[in-house]
Unconditional design. Structure first.
Length: 132
């Protein structure tokens, strides 16, 4: 029987994406938040911010912040599928930065998708590759 986990007040968490691999075989997901809830049954991790501090999350070359972050795992494999940044979301990768009301990061493809509910256009900034 697995238990849910809840934490509050300046939560700093390290999440290992693949439950079948050792820690040495994979990069971790670093997460800071005001509230953290891990729902074992739905394989969902939800992080929320307070008025003073955004949820911060980084994984490999993707760094994001928002009012709320949700990590969805595949129930059969336990591997992360998506990280959803909700509310004043800003997500950066090596070659781009996206700001929107909601941003979805596909963990497998590393692609970002913007969703808006209030007809506000997302802001995207692309960075040029440096010549070597």
């Amino acid at each position: 029987n697995t238990q849910n986990l809840e934490a509050q007040d300046d939560v700093i968490s390290v999440i290992w994406p693949d439950e079948k691999k050792t820690k040495e075989e994979q990069p971790p997901i670093h997460l800071t938040a005001n509230e953290l809830f891990i729902d074992q049954e739905s394989s969902t991790i939800t992080a929320k911010s307070n008025q003073e501090k955004q949820v911060m999350l980084d994984y490999e070359t993707t760094v994001g912040e928002s009012n709320e972050g949700v990590l969805l795992r595949d129930k059969s494999t336990g591997k992360p599928q998506q990280i959803i940044f909700k509310g004043k979301a800003i997500v950066s990768q090596v070659d781009k930065k996206l700001a929107s009301e909601e941003i979805v990061f596909n963990v497998q493809t590393k692609k970002l998708t913007s969703n808006t509910k209030d007809q506000t256009r997302p802001k995207t900034t692309f960075f040029k590759k440096k010549e070597q």
